[in-house]
Design a protein around this ligand. Structure first.
Ligand code: NAG
Length: 384
């Protein structure tokens, strides 16, 4: 042993004298940049820079949101850190909705007061916007009737440019809205949607929902970019793609993929491209058609042509429910009609009162509610 190591030390010495030390493959620089507690110290081209196989629930990587905010869309869920709603099992992450009334009783929804701010660092309310930390239930506006989970890598990992692959199975159940997406780490161009939003996959859990003859439930998956100078001016319609799968995205795992480079953003499912945005020299300002209005200042004018998608983003995974922003359009054809109108001032109560229709479709009592869960086999991110 001693002799061998002496020999290899001498070889190393000779090699370094000759300036030839190259143990392992050379590091080819990458356009990808990273930050966060679980980001690698150096990034070489092609490196796996973040991954989780969910062999255990790594809360150092995944921070739970704790909020009643409803995503800015008056969605009906309360995001919390509770193993009823998020857990790993047999190498899979489950995000599983449940009823708030299971915990607090049904009368609490219309009479109770929920203050979810906690003292421990892991219990802090993560989004106070839209009465997100403190709400009073009333008969007209019940407290968020569904508990669910939203996980994010906001502290552990954010990155600019790279390749992402998430192998996941979408949930089934009326009005469930799963999403795997990315949000800007530092809002380098201002608040939403100025700094962008990258939606890798969203779908709807309804097994038999049609709009104008098209199945827009479990048989449809979509990818979208949101970007614009203010919320009322968002160019998402020019960066939105859908794909249909007659078997339903809820019946099997699929690989949802993002390729994000200094030239384009491309979405694929199982290696088949869904769509891509390739802005010209006018960047996303021109791509979104905003340049036709000379009175609006372009927040990206000093960024690259990919701005706002030339800054770091972090990963989010969640199951939302309902909401009033039109993701579930009024007038859709569903076996149990949509129980709320998007213009209703009592949408959460209307939804809750319609539970005789949607709750059986979630099958929460079968197999620990796995069919109603977003299931994630792995998340992987590579450097360009
Ligand atoms: C977690 O969720 C279950 C089911 O809703 C509930 O009974 C329990 O009280 C919750 N735990 C905490 C600490 O809130």
């Amino acid at each position: 042993m001693a002799l061998i190591s002496l020999q290899s030390n001498m070889l190393l010495l000779l090699a370094s004298i000759a300036g030839l030390v190259s143990l392992g493959a050379a590091c080819t620089p990458s356009a990808t940049t990273v930050s966060g507690t679980h980001a690698p110290g150096t990034v070489c081209s092609g490196d796996l820079i973040f991954s989780d196989d969910f062999d255990y629930f790594d809360l150092e990587k995944w921070q739970h949101e704790n909020t009643l905010a409803g995503g800015g869309n008056w969605e009906f869920q309360y995001y919390c850190n509770n193993r009823t709603n998020s857990f790993t099992h047999s190498g899979t992450l489950f995000i599983r909705p449940s009823l708030t009334s299971d915990q607090f009783g049904e009368p609490f929804l219309s009479t109770g007061h929920l203050n979810i701010e906690g003292g421990a660092p892991a219990d802090r309310c993560t989004n106070p916007q839209w009465w997100g930390c403190d709400r009073q239930g009333t008969p007209a506006n019940v407290l968020n009737p569904i508990k669910s989970a939203r996980l994010r890598t906001v502290n552990s990992f954010s990155f600019r440019y790279g390749r992402v692959e998430v192998r996941a199975k979408m949930p089934a159940g009326d009005w469930l809205w799963p999403a795997i997406w990315l949000m800007p780490a530092y809002n380098a161009y201002g608040s939403w949607p100025s700094s962008g939003e990258i939606d890798l996959v969203e779908s709807r859990g309804n097994r038999n929902m049609f709009s104008n003859g098209l199945h827009i439930g479990t048989q449809e998956a979509g990818s979208t970019l949101h970007y614009g100078p203010y919320p009322g001016l968002n160019g998402w319609e020019r960066a939105h793609w859908i794909r249909r799968n007659g078997a339903g995205y809820d019946t099997d795992f699929h690989r949802y993929q993002l390729e994000w480079t200094p030239d384009f953003i491309r979405f694929s499912i199982d290696d088949v491209e869904l769509g891509r945005a390739t802005p010209g020299n006018g960047g996303f300002w021109e791509y979104g058609g905003f340049n036709s209005n000379p009175n609006i200042l372009n927040p990206w004018r000093y960024g690259s042509k990919m701005a706002p998608f030339d800054e770091k983003f972090y990963i989010i995974m969640n199951v939302a429910v309902g909401g009033t922003n039109g993701f579930f359009p009024d007038g859709v054809d569903n076996p149990n009609p949509k129980p709320w109108w998007n213009g209703s001032p009592t949408a959460a109560t209307d939804f809750w009162n319609g539970r005789g229709g949607w709750l059986p479709t979630w099958q929460l009592d079968v197999n620990d509610g796995q069919d109603a869960s977003l299931q994630v086999d792995y998340v992987r991110v590579w450097a360009l």
